[in-house]
Write a protein that binds this ligand. Sequence first.
Ligand SMILES: CC(C)(COP(=O)(O)OP(=O)(O)OC[C@H]1O[C@@H](n2cnc3c(N)ncnc32)[C@H](O)[C@@H]1OP(=O)(O)O)[C@@H](O)C(=O)NCCC(=O)NCCS
Length: 142
Amino acid sequence: MVEVRELTQTDIPSIVAIQKVITKGKVSAEWSKMMEEHVGDVRRPGFVALKGGKVVGFIIGEEKGEGFGMPRSGWLDMVGVDPKMMGGGVGKAMIKRLFEVFKERGITNIYTSVKWDAVDMLSFFKAVGFDRSSFINLIYKL
Ligand SMILES: CC(C)(COP(=O)(O)OP(=O)(O)OC[C@H]1O[C@@H](n2cnc3c(N)ncnc32)[C@H](O)[C@@H]1OP(=O)(O)O)[C@@H](O)C(=O)NCCC(=O)NCCS
């Protein structure tokens, strides 16, 4: 049974630990600070998933105002699940909760961005219902 609740400051060390395992490396102080700043920010809803009282996943979203030729939208900025718990519905449960929040706010379009070669992430997003958007990402290198 997966429980999903709002992200709190006390969850940050658990999230950092999960991110460290996922990325097989160090997580910068900047990343941790960014996570801390999400707590309590209504425009950036964040949730954690718990199994047996232990944090096993996190999801961070963002509400964006009108712009780029589109109405107010929801964004899925980050999602991560403890590798020991992957494939058990944790990611899906967190997506469901985040999308409920966006829906309550009258948002109908939810976007995310994924590295072109991140096959696992692409498969996950496809499985939970994402499709290709009408946007393409551009980059300018300074
Ligand atoms: C992608 C991720 C969030 C999915 O979470 P999860 O809890 O393992 O996924 P779920 O068990 O909720 O799966 C939901 C659906 O996605 C599918 N899915 C999940 N991961 C998949 C994968 N790697 N390949 C194919 N399908 C996948 C499941 O089969 C399931 O489909 P169904 O509903 O039709 O049965 C999680 O595996 C993860 O954190 N991966 C690492 C992320 C990463 O590498 N990030 C890079 C740094 S940001």
